[in-house]
Design a protein around this ligand. Structure first.
Ligand SMILES: Cc1ncc(COP(=O)(O)O)c(C=O)c1O
Length: 337
């Protein structure tokens, strides 16, 4: 029985996503590195957000909404996938792009995710600041009120942590799926590595893994805020998820791991180790990471592998959350390559 089966949801993702061994990486570091391919969920280039959107849109349809509203950075994968999900479900969609990353390059503003958002025909609004979650959400609510006056009914997929985290339910499901695959393959995981931004993935995944009775560390890699603030965010969201699902799982605060060693120089800006990790996995395995999320998470794992932190019998599981559409917004990654 799934913990989320009583919540309304729609089917947006190719599931189960594959669980594969990274043969070349494992051989190089003499250990076992697995990759859960949530970059392959299928919806308009795929990624983790389709699992989250399944529950938001389930709710939206239950409420009779005809329009989706959401917000994110200019290169937000969440925004791109929300537009794709709306199109698949026959809904109208409007998105708000925030000025969150200081990048002048025209590719950042025109290529990758915003290109795809325009291709799928979403109405685009701009929000002039990038560190104002409450303000960005309020702007969506204001627009929803306008749509209501025009006779429509909008559903807001919010950004801030003050809302019921239906999206995290997607990763309670994702964790159950992964633990099922590991059990079937008789693999005992010794560590999971996941990126942590809005924290819906990290929180849902941690809750789901523990609910399945697995106690391997879930190593969250910060992509947006420092470790202390992110830990607080995950903790708050965990309480909300526990309340929504109605099942108390023992997850003490010291079980929430947030590692901000790859955060600098900041959100949406890859440091040298992240660029190296993106090139490494592309050249070693033909797998594409992104500069904002999955590249930073893999960079943490790669640093640990290089430091020789793992024994040959370890089973490391990296959750690939997608995002490679934004590679085209960072042409400097291959300049002089
Ligand atoms: C590719 C990718 N990975 C990871 C994340 C972080 O997931 P979450 O916001 O659930 O923490 C995002 C969020 O936008 C993303 O687009």
């Amino acid at each position: 029985m799934s913990l989320t089966e009583n919540f309304p949801s729609v089917d947006l993702s190719h599931k189960p996503t594959p669980l594969e061994l990274l043969n070349n990486v494992s051989a190089e570091f003499d250990t076992n590195v697995w990759i859960k391919r949530d970059d392959c969920t299928g919806l308009a280039f795929g990624g983790n957000k389709s699992r989250q959107l399944e529950f938001y849109i389930g709710q939206a349809l239950q409420q009779g909404a005809d329009t989706l509203l959401t917000t994110g950075a200019v290169q937000s994968n969440h925004v791109r996938m929300t537009v794709a999900a709306a199109r698949k479900m026959g809904l109208e969609v409007e998105v708000q792009l925030e000025h969150r990353v200081e990048r002048e390059q025209p590719e950042y503003h025109q290529s990758g995710n915003p290109y795809l958002v325009k291709l799928m025909g979403a109405k685009i609004h701009y929000y002039p600041v990038g560190e104002d979650e409450a303000g960005a959400d309020q702007a969506l609510e204001d627009r929803a009120a306008e749509i209501a006056r025009e006779g429509g009914k909008a559903y807001v997929i919010p950004l801030s942590n003050a809302h019921t985290p239906y999206g995290a339910l997607g990763y309670v499901d994702g964790a159950e799926e992964l633990i099922g695959q590991l059990n079937e393959m008789q693999i005992e995981p010794t560590r999971f590595i996941v990126p942590t931004g809005s924290a819906s993935t990290h929180c849902g995944f941690l809750y789901g893994v523990r609910a399945c009775g697995n106690h391997a560390p879930v190593h969250g890699v910060c992509v947006r805020r420092d470790a202390e603030s992110q830990k607080q965010r995950v903790s708050t969201k965990l309480k909300a998820v526990t309340e929504v699902i109605g099942l108390e799982i023992d997850i003490p605060d010291n079980d929430i791991i947030c590692d901000d060693s790859m955060l600098a120089p900041g959100y949406g800006l890859p440091g040298a180790a992240t660029v190296e990790a993106i090139k490494y996995l592309a050249r070693k395995e033909g797998i594409l990471l992104d500069p904002t999320y999955s590249g930073k998470a893999f960079a943490v794992l790669l640093e640990m592998l290089k430091r020789g932190e793992f024994k040959p019998d370890e089973q490391l599981v990296f959750l690939h959350t997608g995002g490679a559409a934004s590679l085209f917004a960072y042409p400097e990654l291959v300049e002089n390559a």
